[in-house]
Write a protein that binds this ligand. Structure first.
Ligand code: SF4
Length: 132
């Protein structure tokens, strides 16, 4: 698949990015079923509060080697998140995959399938960046 069509689901809040979810009070992400491209106005408003990447999840094209998380052949983020989340998810009833507007283009889904979607709601982009 062409790189331009593969989306990173843990992107920065920038004009043109796709809003894929909102971080709820329990720290999990609730996904937006509709594809919503964010505007410059949204970015400006969102940056007036706490870091937008702590409150929302955004997607934008995966840049592969342009990203420090790219291992050379895959995204290191979801492999690590999935491994870390395994104890949390173990024993939990199998959940339906969240309705997500980018699944057909999602880098993480391409790598791990539904396993990625089980761990994905636990990801808060700003915390990931701080830990990297
Ligand atoms: S991993 Fe699954 S839920 Fe998360 S953004 Fe990709 S397709 Fe959507």
């Amino acid at each position: 698949m062409d790189t331009q069509k593969v989306m990173c689901p843990s992107a920065r809040c920038r004009e043109g990015a796709v809003l894929i979810g909102v971080v709820m009070s329990d720290g999990r992400v609730a996904y937006t079923a509709d594809r919503l491209e964010i505007t410059a106005e949204f970015v400006e408003t969102a940056k007036q509060g706490r870091s937008p990447e702590k409150r929302f999840r955004f997607a934008s094209p995966c840049v592969k080697n342009g990203c420090s998380q790219w291992t050379g052949s895959r995204c290191g983020v979801i492999d690590k998140v999935s491994e870390d989340a395994a104890p949390v998810l173990a024993g939990a009833p199998a959940a339906d995959l969240p309705e997500c507007s980018i699944r057909s283009e999602c880098r993480w889904f391409m790598q791990l399938g539904g396993e990625a979607c089980q761990a994905c709601p636990l990801v808060i982009t700003d915390l990931l960046t701080e830990a990297a």
